[in-house]
Design a protein around this ligand. Structure first.
Ligand SMILES: Nc1nc2c(c(=O)[nH]1)N[C@H]1C(S)=C(S)[C@@H](COP(=O)(O)O)O[C@H]1N2
Ligand SMILES: [Mo]
Length: 388
């Protein structure tokens, strides 16, 4: 079946690592990491943009921490794997003739969305974990659509390489593939060990931003889960949200002026002062902030149950509520809580973190905190609730 095409570049690729079996092995591992990465990414997208049929659970409380931790970890681990795979298959980049027939031509064309997609996804994803956006497009939108384009290419690629790869993996047979290398077992072992060490080093160097016991050795992690006021990192600062002027907090955050307004489909809106909220039954819960960027950290929060505040405003029946911030612009100034999510006893409007009033950077005087929720939906400086 597969013919061996003469490579234009000849002996430059004489290394025995350009081998079908190594390519198949790396491809299989990448198939696993990319599938986990895609599934967890899709889930994160659904939670943040829920269609009518989807209602994300609140339990277990640490679930999003795990799924998003896996998303970032499998993405980062894929970087050395992709580089290794590109190296192994390099002799096949420019075959001659480029497309001996239509099927081969199509197969090669589908490599473009896959390779370009992988590079784009891994680069933008990594830069996002550092909150560095040297581009003009919306990161979540571009990352999301690129993942579908990439997956299309990946599925086509697996379809076209499945038989050859399976044979190479099963029979230790290097003759049926298109790569000419005659891998020597010792060199192959050295190479694969190096790739494994690369994957391990990247993982250990970053996973501490979410796995506490590893934080001391996670030298490259963009976030240390303990750095920040009250022992928690901060993404959007009060100043960044436009809530500071001349170094002073916006007056709408002051205890005298602050109001929580419940409006929306109600006959007449209801307002609570900070003292009103403090006088309600208080609940304490230990819940993580799990940022989409992969860091997560736990805090002990005290405040009022969202459903209790709504009940006191006369609201017991609704589809969902939109929790709005005093922050005026910005993509993440509000978030939706469904009826089922609001029913959880630990879906809180928090007034305190770790036994102290919330630090202004964590959303003083009131912030949303709920189990299994992406950090981006844990709205800070809450000022209004729209009932729908
Ligand atoms: N109003 C408002 N709330 C917000 C954000 C925001 O930009 N504006 N960012 C969110 C994001 S992305 C995260 S990860 C958490 C972080 O909470 P922390 O700063 O208290 O750790 O706040 C969320 N709440
Ligand atoms: Mo976040």
């Amino acid at each position: 079946m597969a013919t061996v095409h003469t490579s234009l570049v000849g002996d430059r690729y004489a290394s025995s690592l350009h081998d079908t079996r190594i390519a198949a092995l790396l491809g299989t591992i990448l198939g696993v990491t990319f599938t986990i990465c895609f599934a967890t990414g899709l889930l994160s997208h659904l939670i943040q943009n829920p269609p009518a049929w989807f209602d994300w659970t609140t339990r277990p409380a640490g679930l999003y921490r795990i799924t998003q931790g896996l998303h970032v970890a499998t993405g980062l681990a894929s970087i050395p794997l992709v580089l290794a795979k590109l190296y192994v298959v390099a002799p096949r980049f420019w075959p001659w003739p480029p497309a001996p027939d239509l099927a081969k031509g199509l197969e090669r064309l589908m490599l473009f969305p896959m390779v370009a997609g992988a590079v784009f996804l891994l680069m933008t994803g990594t830069l996002d974990t550092f909150q560095w956006y040297p581009w003009a497009f919306s990161f979540p939108k571009a990352h999301y659509w690129a993942s579908w384009i990439f997956m299309g290419g990946l599925v086509a690629h697996i379809g076209s390489k499945y038989a050859v790869s399976w044979a190479a993996l099963k029979r230790d047979d290097r003759s049926g593939g298109e790569l000419e290398g005659k891998a020597d077992p010792a060199e192959r072992r050295k190479f694969l060990t190096a790739v494994g060490v690369g994957v391990g080093a990247i993982t250990v160097a970053t996973v501490g931003q979410t796995l506490r016991p590893l934080r001391a050795i996670s030298a490259l992690a963009p976030r240390d889960p303990e750095v920040g006021p009250q022992g928690l990192p901060v993404n959007k600062t009060a100043a960044g949200a436009g809530l500071m002027s001349d170094g002073q907090p916006d007056e709408r955050l002051s205890p005298e002026i602050y109001r929580l307004r419940i409006g929306g489909k109600m006959d007449s809106p209801v307002e609570f002062t900070l003292a009103d909220l403090q006088a309600m039954d208080q609940t304490t819960a230990t819940l993580p902030i799990a940022c989409v960027e992969g860091w997560s950290a736990s805090g002990t929060w005290t405040g009022v149950k969202l459903k209790e505040v709504l009940a006191q405003a006369g609201v017991t029946d609704f589809d969902d509520v939109e929790i709005g911030s005093i922050q005026e612009g910005g993509s993440y100034r509000s978030s939706e809580v469904s009826f089922a999510q609001a029913a959880d006893d630990e879906t809180l409007l928090a007034l305190q973190l770790n036994g102290e009033p919330l630090h202004i950077q964590h959303g003083y005087p009131l912030r949303l905190i709920a189990p299994a929720r992406p950090g981006v939906l844990q709205t800070k400086w809450v000022g209004e609730i729209a009932v729908r």
